[in-house]
Design a protein around this ligand. Structure first.
Ligand SMILES: Cc1ncc(C[n+]2csc(CCOP(=O)(O)OP(=O)(O)O)c2C)c(N)n1
Length: 680
């Protein structure tokens, strides 16, 4: 058994008297936390009580921010990776005077409609940089924040971009696997403006950390090329000195802060202290030990005004920054503002149209992953905000275009990131970049490995941000790598995720259209599900309009009386087209509907959907994935069970050449035609 260490004693009186001004400010955080959690009878009291000293010193002495302008672009970013300790962040936002955090919000903690949700949610209020709660995500996001800062500083200069990313992470964040990916990426790229405070309190929900981990975190960070310091997390002078040293370290910096969870409470240093401390007597006893005499939710005026002064500390610096921005030429200012606002340049749609025109003329037979590269080749030169990448599958994902250059320590202008085999860390860092602003991240892996990225992909959707996931090798069509690599349920999983756009384009034209749509999003992530195998051009006629924007459309209508509608996506659209030929030869009028993006089709009005999917005809859906989800289009939208069929996968794939797999699993033109005839 590992040694279950006892925590050293802590002398609250000594802390109080050593730094009385600091103590009263930090205690305001502790008191608000106790009050809010007790009122909600829900939440996590201990972590904010333990980290109040670190947060107070950070906000008072180091964090560059202006509470009156929470979105000031050159602010330092503060990320509470230990999101369960949300009252730490809410207290800070209230105390420093963020307009959206009056005391009513604190009183409403965790209630319906409150900005003070259980865990911090970036879209509910300014001042919350990212959504945390799923442990490890915040620290992994922070790598993207810090990379974005490096990239933008290289592009725009340090007069406009020069800020730090600060993170509070707990034992849980550091136990989660994604933290390893994040820490090694930050070390590799020497993200020297990233500073992580580890809340080293040795407590998780089940008990002491040693129950499940004896990792030496200090050695671990050092091994990943971080600057590391160990301090008493309740000593304001030590905290201040450590932050000062971290800023000068020239490396990402981790400050191990030895703290006491639920400091001064009966539950101090125990796992009870992790959760909701709602016992009135115990809470009163803690307050009296702290020397806090104010009533519940009350912050004495002198303490509140000291905090508000901290909230205004950055105002002059912000003014100076605004002046520097204003001194730029109109053209440069407009470009900077466009980038910060996440607007795409007008050029995007014109280069996509030009590519579509060329494709209609040449009708290439290429994989959609290659088509994606063709689209990026024409888009990237006009959008310096696109940052590409791949999780060690660059040549397979086709995400690197000629002009990007590789992001590295000596090339911060590089726009392609070699993420290594770190899908989860990659997706989480992409979220960080998107949240930072000024950057549109896209990156790739095999579609099957959305499994490895999914926790962060889900958060992209929840957070209403728009990274683009380039997921190639999207079906059994990848062939010989076999069922381990062949996604079958992944389209269904992505489509089941609210607010996620899932594009499965059929050819180069649809792929280019999907890219235009994905890059234009401001509140939804996109998944581009792309084939490994070559596909013929199915959209043979040039149309100016982006038809993919409608989600689904009639690609080819029936020649005679319509008896069947074939619905397909991606690589199966050409199979549906071949099936149509077979059926039409037998006098069975067949329409083919290409459905590159269900979510966009769902958003169309009923009249359009009815035009595309009228009642009456037999409906067969063709997709090399599982059926789940397709019943919405087969049975719903005027469909009928007796006249509906599905041609796709019922289980995992197999290892064999792609053509043979399609034959063996019956996803062929003949199979589709037979299915239609069986339903007529
Ligand atoms: C991915 C994930 N798994 C599990 C949880 C549930 N959970 C919330 S806090 C916590 C313990 C975290 O321990 P620590 O980081 O040491 O926080 P502290 O006890 O110091 O507040 C757990 C398991 C979670 N929020 N996210």
């Amino acid at each position: 058994m590992p040694d279950m260490r006892e925590e050293p004693d802590v002398d609250i009186d000594a802390l109080r008297t050593a730094h009385p001004d600091h103590w009263s400010k930090a205690t305001a955080i502790r008191a608000l936390t106790l009050d809010a959690v007790a009122a909600a009878n829900s939440g996590h009291s201990g972590m904010p009580m333990g980290m109040a000293d670190v947060a107070t010193v950070l906000f008072e002495k180091h964090l560059k921010f202006d509470a009156t302008q929470p979105n000031w672009f050159d602010r330092d970013r503060f990320i509470l990776s230990a999101g369960h300790g949300s009252m730490l962040l809410y207290s800070l936002l209230h105390l420093t005077g963020y307009e959206e955090f009056p005391i009513e919000e604190i009183k409403n903690f965790r209630q319906w409609g409150a900005r003070t949700a259980g865990h911090p949610e970036n879209f509910l209020a300014k001042g919350i940089e990212t959504t945390t709660g799923p442990l490890g995500q915040g620290i992994a996001n922070s790598v993207g924040f810090a990379m974005a800062e490096e990239m933008l500083r290289a592009q725009f200069g340090k007069k406009l971009v020069d800020h730090h990313t600060y993170v509070i992470a707990g034992d849980g964040c550091l136990m989660e696997g994604v933290s390893e990916e994040a820490i090694s990426l930050a070390g590799r790229h020497q993200l020297s403006k990233l500073i992580v405070f580890w809340d080293n309190n040795n407590i998780t929900i089940d008990g002491k950390v040693e129950l499940s981990s004896t990792t030496d975190q200090v050695s671990r960070f050092k091994a990943n090329n971080w600057h590391v310091q160990e301090i008493d997390g309740h000593d304001p002078e030590a905290i201040d000195a450590a932050i000062t040293a971290a800023k000068k370290a020239g490396k990402p910096s981790m400050i191990a802060c030895k703290t006491h969870i639920a400091l001064g409470h009966a539950a101090q240093d125990t796992s009870k202290g992790h959760g909701a401390l709602a016992n009135g007597e115990q809470n009163d006893a803690a307050k009296s030990l702290w020397g806090w005499t104010a009533s519940a939710f009350e912050v004495p005026a002198d303490i509140k005004s000291a905090w508000e002064e901290i909230g205004r500390r950055g105002t002059e610096e912000r003014f100076a920054w605004e002046e520097r921005l204003g001194a730029l030429s109109d053209r440069k200012q407009a470009e900077f503002t466009r980038r910060m606002d996440g607007e795409v340049p007008n050029k995007l749609s014109s280069v996509v149209r030009a590519l579509k025109k060329q494709v209609a003329e040449t009708q290439p037979t290429v994989a959609t992953r290659k088509a994606s590269e063709m689209a990026l080749e024409v888009i990237n030169p006009h959008m310096a905000e696109t940052i590409g990448g791949s999780a060690d599958l660059t040549g397979s994902n086709n995400t690197l275009t000629g002009d990007l250059g590789v992001f590295d320590i000596d090339n911060r202008k590089g726009r392609f990131v070699h993420w290594g085999i770190r899908e989860h860390g990659m997706a989480s860092a992409m979220n960080g970049m998107a949240l930072h602003g000024g950057i549109k991240p896209y990156s790739g892996t095999f579609f099957c490995f959305t499994d490895y990225a999914r926790p962060a992909m889900r958060l992209s959707a929840l957070m209403q941000i728009s990274p683009v996931y380039v997921m190639t090798h999207d079906s059994i069509g990848l062939g010989e790598d076999g069922p381990t690599h062949q996604p079958v349920e992944h389209l269904a999983m992505c489509r089941a995720t609210p607010n996620m756009l899932v594009f499965r384009p059929a050819d180069t034209t649809e792929t280019a259209e999907a890219w235009e749509l994905a890059l234009s999003q401001k509140g939804s992530p996109s998944v581009l599900s792309l084939s490994r195998q070559n596909l013929p051009t199915v959209r043979t006629e040039y149309k100016t309009r982006n038809l993919t924007a409608q989600g689904a459309y009639v690609l080819a209508d029936s020649n005679g009386k319509r008896q069947a509608i074939l619905m397909a996506t991606g690589s199966e659209v050409s199979i549906a087209m071949a099936a149509k030929e077979l059926l039409e030869a037998e006098g069975i009028g067949t329409r083919v509907v290409s459905m590159p993006c269900w979510e966009l089709f769902e958003a169309q009005d009923e009249a359009y959907r009815k035009k595309v999917l009228p009642a009456g005809a037999v409906r067969v859906a063709v997709e090399a994935g599982v059926r789940q989800g397709w019943d919405k289009w087969l049975l719903g939208e005027r469909g009928r069970e007796a006249k509906a069929g599905f041609v796709g996968m019922e289980g995992f794939g197999a290892s064999a050449p792609a053509d043979e797999l399609y034959e063996k699993f019956g996803i062929t033109a003949e199979g589709v035609a037979a299915k239609v005839k069986s339903l007529l």
